[in-house]
Design a protein around this ligand. Structure first.
Ligand SMILES: [Zn+2]
Length: 67
């Protein structure tokens, strides 16, 4: 199964073999919605800016400074 890296948390994200460019996958690690922007190699882009336009917007900018 092809794998890519989550741009948010750098975790390995498994991509469906029959996934296509533009498909969205969810990162198992951080739950981010990722858009498949490249297939060879697998390239994933954060989908944060593609949120549904129904007035609901969840900002995830609470930086945890715990390191
Ligand atoms: Zn992630």
């Amino acid at each position: 199964m092809p794998r890519g890296a989550c741009p948010d948390c750098k975790a390995v994200v498994h991509v469906d073999e029959d996934a296509d460019k533009g498909d969205t996958v969810e990162c198992d690690e951080c739950g981010a919605n990722l858009r498949l922007v490249g297939l060879d190699p697998i390239e994933l882009d954060s989908e944060d800016s593609y949120e549904d336009d129904d007035g609901y917007k969840e900002e995830e900018e609470d930086d945890d400074d715990d390191y």
